[in-house]
Every structure is written in structure tokens, then in C-alpha cells.
Design a protein around this ligand. Structure first.
Ligand SMILES: [Mg+2]
Length: 259
């Protein structure tokens, strides 16, 4: 896992928050480099642990940053979480959801009923309207042994002003309120569901793709778990892990040289 053999590389998977933009502000070096890659016929997909927008809404945001992209090449945790739930539970099953409108929509698209009663699982993601009542409701259901299907663990999210609480900060309060016997799964990175879905739409194999992210514990660990090459960029969250290492580390994507 020491070097990237550029002759083998046909595509790139980019994380969004802290890689392509910070909040509403595009990261110019990334936008320029991604356009250069597209011009040189590399395949490009995006994946994000952020569950607050639909694929179309993310596409709009990326296009506004200056990158022309089809929404099918954007893999979100909302979509991956709904896919996970639909593989595990029958259509029509009652699911309790703590999360954004986008996450609830994906659950509904898969024909599940969002309810507080006779619930088989709790789905949780970033909810900017989180409150005590929702945490109580979710933890009561989970204490009876039902599964928590969470989008991601990210504690903070970079934005144009600095940082804001990520889904992990909210989900952790549900986990703490439930107690030690909680059954839980995190669908987002560092799990590999998102990467697998991205490779499927890119029609590429993992050995021909590099993952670019700003976070060691999510992006780079996901790539490592999946035995993929990775690039860490320093345009997003601060990293402290000494154990997890990317194949390549760059200050920003301006410094990416393909040779
Ligand atoms: Mg990120």
C-alpha cells in the first residue's frame, strides 16, 4: 500500500465536506483539479457521510461549485442506509427515523412506514432539529432490543465558518441514553457500503480507483478496510490519528501530480 501506480488508475472517488467544499464555499484547488481529471477522461464519483440532502440536491451544490456531474455519481449515506434497511426488513415495516427530510424520503422510497409504533428498527442521521423527545423515543425503542441503523459517526462537520456538530454527536446521545446492550450498525464510512455503491455506478474495480478524503477515521480508514489506495487532503477536519495512514498526503489537490 505504499505507492499509487498511476498507470492503473482510471477513476477517483471524492468525499464532499472538507474536500470539494466547506459549507457553501467551494474549495477552489479541488474544483480545478476535478475538472482537469474529467477533461482527461478519468471517471469521478462523490460519496458523503452527510445525510441532509438528496442526490439531486448534492448534484446542484456540486454543479454550483463549478463541477458538472450527474446525480447518479453521488452516493449518500441516506441512499446507502435505505438500501441497507431494505435488504434487512420487508417493505411496509414500521421504522422510526431521527434525521433529515432527505433521509426520511429515501426510507419512504423503499416503501417503509415511518412510525413510532410497532417499530422494527431506528434509523438515525444528522437531524438539525434534534430534541429531547426524539432522543427519548429512539432510546426507548432501542432498549427493547431493536437495531439502530445509523448513517455515520462523524462528530463534526466542516463549514464555511469553522465546524458544526455532525451526525455522530447526535447519534452518540441516543446510544448513551439506550445503554450498553444497544445493537447498532453504521452504514457510512469507515464502513465500505458507500465505496461499493460508488464502484458499481463507475463500473470500475477498486484497484483502478483512488479515494480522496479529509478524514483519517472515516475516509482513509474506509479505503484501508477495502484495500484501496487513498489520498488525504488537509482542507477539511483536523486529524490526530497516528495509526491510520493514507497512501498519499497532500495539503490540497493543487499539489496532486499524476505521473
Ligand atoms: Mg469530509
Amino acid at each position: 500500500m505504499r505507492k499509487i501506480n498511476w498507470k492503473k488508475i482510471k477513476g477517483f472517488i471524492f468525499d464532499l465536506d472538507g474536500v470539494v467544499y466547506r459549507g457553501s464555499k467551494p474549495i477552489k484547488s479541488a474544483v480545478k483539479k476535478i475538472n482537469e481529471l474529467l477533461k482527461n477522461n478519468y471517471k469521478v464519483a462523490f460519496l458523503t457521510n452527510n445525510s441532509t440532502k438528496s442526490q439531486k440536491e448534492f448534484a446542484k451544490k456540486i454543479i454550483k461549485c463549478g463541477i458538472d456531474i450527474n446525480s447518479k455519481f453521488i452516493i449518500t449515506t441516506s441512499v446507502a442506509t435505505a438500501n441497507f434497511v431494505s435488504k434487512k426488513y420487508k417493505k411496509g415495516t414500521n421504522i422510526y427515523v431521527v434525521g433529515s427530510k432527505a433521509l426520511k424520503n429515501e426510507i419512504k422510497i423503499k416503501k417503509f412506514k415511518i412510525s413510532k409504533k410497532n417499530v422494527k428498527a431506528v434509523v438515525a442521521g444528522l437531524d438539525t432539529n434534534i430534541n429531547y423527545k426524539k432522543i427519548t423515543e429512539a432510546s426507548n425503542i432501542l432498549r427493547s432490543g431493536k437495531l439502530l441503523v445509523a448513517t455515520n459517526l462523524d462528530k463534526i462537520l466542516p463549514n464555511e465558518k469553522g465546524f458544526q456538530p455532525g451526525a455522530g454527536s447526535i447519534i452518540q446521545s441516543i446510544i448513551d441514553a439506550t445503554g450498553p446492550k444497544i445493537k447498532k450498525i453504521f452504514v457510512g464510512k469507515p464502513n465500505t457500503y458507500l465505496i461499493k455503491e460508488a464502484l458499481k455506478v463507475m463500473k470500475l474495480k477498486k484497484e483502478n480507483v483512488v479515494l480522496v478524503g479529509d478524514q483519517l477515521e472515516t475516509d482513509i480508514l474506509a479505503a484501508k478496510n477495502f484495500k484501496m489506495k487513498s489520498i488525504l487532503v488537509e482542507t477539511g477536519v483536523p486529524n490526530t490519528s497516528k495509526k491510520i495512514k493514507a497512501t498519499l498526503k497532500l495539503k490540497n489537490l493543487r499539489n496532486l501530480l499524476i505521473k
